[in-house]
Design a protein around this ligand. Structure first.
Ligand code: IPM
Ligand code: MG
Length: 361
């Protein structure tokens, strides 16, 4: 029997529409092959929404997202909107989407593909075999804590304030995602905090430690965030699953992504307790190459695979897409960002065609 899914597409800005078009083509082909019917509905978000509607996350966009089975997001932002007041910036729309859908868990895999080891800026022996998953808390911490703002002091000097705060229940629910994710992977969980200085991190560490007995098969360790940044570069293979707060996860997931040398290859998933998840590449909107058919669509395509795996429970379809990506790379196809000697340089559309071809054999 045909399975029907309603997918909201948010192509966003910059290279977003180009890479989204490739992912949609791939989903259509896999859908036909595995009897999955996707109903795509497109909505405006980010700079595109600011230009058309005067706000980065129009309420009709959030409504469509809430009424779908999953959301596929490309990328938002660009120089054009960087100087607008904060509430009108594309990034504010993204934070609104995360909060509006209750997406407290952000999964960011950083797995190095054997075909691309030489794209890393680190030595082969350091990065070969790296397979890390960063579980980042996404709707709390200093990104959302109150009070926040820029306030005038008594002397008239301005003071900028953000608040890093977590409740026990917020820590517990992301901690559980961390343990459960580790259970499905290498069974090692490293919780990253700054408990030597911050009270909020002390509570974080206490709660994560308190959860550990419920997951006796997972080996738990704790690391301070500064050390974690260093260890990621020194000996990344020591990590399997990392669980951490919003800001630390923002920073460490970029560092982990760069180990692979190809941020253009990395997908991510943002999940809530129930309801649709949002799936998006880790990279940004790359306005410098937008509209030139140079973008790497593979992170977007792999985000569609994560969507099939995590939100739609269609692992066979996800496997097919991931295998097609490996096949095109094995054949020597590369976009500019992952190009190396002796390989074939393809544009965004041609990479999409190569994927369709790989799926069709
Ligand atoms: C990310 C980005 C966002 C964040 C920005 C664009 C708001 O850096 O998804 O990592 O800081 O969370
Ligand atoms: Mg970031």
């Amino acid at each position: 029997m045909t399975q029907h899914y309603r997918i909201t597409l948010l192509p966003g800005d910059g290279i977003g529409p180009e890479i989204m078009a490739v992912a949609v083509d791939v989903l259509k082909v896999v859908g036909e092959q595995l009897d999955l019917a996707f109903e795509f509905q497109e909505a405006l978000m980010g700079g595109a929404a600011i230009d058309a509607k005067g706000e980065p996350l129009p309420s009709e966009t959030l409504d469509l997202c809430q009424n779908s089975d999953a959301v596929l997001l490309a990328a938002i932002g660009g120089y054009k909107w960087d100087t607008l007041p904060r509430h009108l910036r594309p990034e504010t729309g993204l934070l609104g989407l995360r909060a509006g859908l209750g997406l407290f868990a952000n999964l960011r895999p950083a797995k190095i593909l054997p075909q691309l080891v030489d794209a890393s800026s680190l030595k082969r022996e350091i990065v070969e075999g790296v397979d890390i998953l960063v579980v980042r808390e996404l709707t709390g911490g200093v990104y959302f804590g109150q009070p926040k703002g820029i306030f005038a002091t008594e002397t008239g000097e301005k003071r900028g304030v953000n608040t890093m705060a977590y409740t026990e229940s917020e820590i517990d629910r992301i901690g559980r995602v961390g343990f459960e994710t580790a259970q499905k992977r290498g069974k090692k969980l490293c919780s990253v905090d700054k408990a030597n200085v911050l009270e909020v991190s002390q509570l974080w560490r206490d709660r994560i430690t308190a959860l550990a007995p419920e997951y006796p098969d997972v080996e738990l360790s704790h690391m301070y965030v500064d050390n974690a940044a260093m260890q990621l570069l020194r000996y990344p293979k020591q990590f399997d699953t990392i669980v951490t707060s919003n800001l630390f996860g923002d920073i460490l997931s970029d560092a982990a992504a760069m180990l692979t040398g190809s941020i253009g290859m990395l997908p991510s998933a943002s999940l809530g307790a129930s309801g649709p998840g949002v799936f998006e590449p880790v990279h940004g909107s790359a306005p410098d190459i937008a509209g030139q058919d140079k973008a790497n669509p593979l992170a977007q395509v792999l985000s569609a695979a994560m969507m099939l795996r995590y939100s739609l429970n269609q692992p066979a379809a996800a496997d097919r897409i991931e295998q097609a990506v490996l096949t095109v790379l094995d054949k020597g196809n590369r976009t500019g960002d992952i190009m190396s000697e002796g390989m074939t340089l393809l544009g965004c559309r041609a990479m999409g065609e190569a994927l369709i071809q790989a799926l069709s054999v």
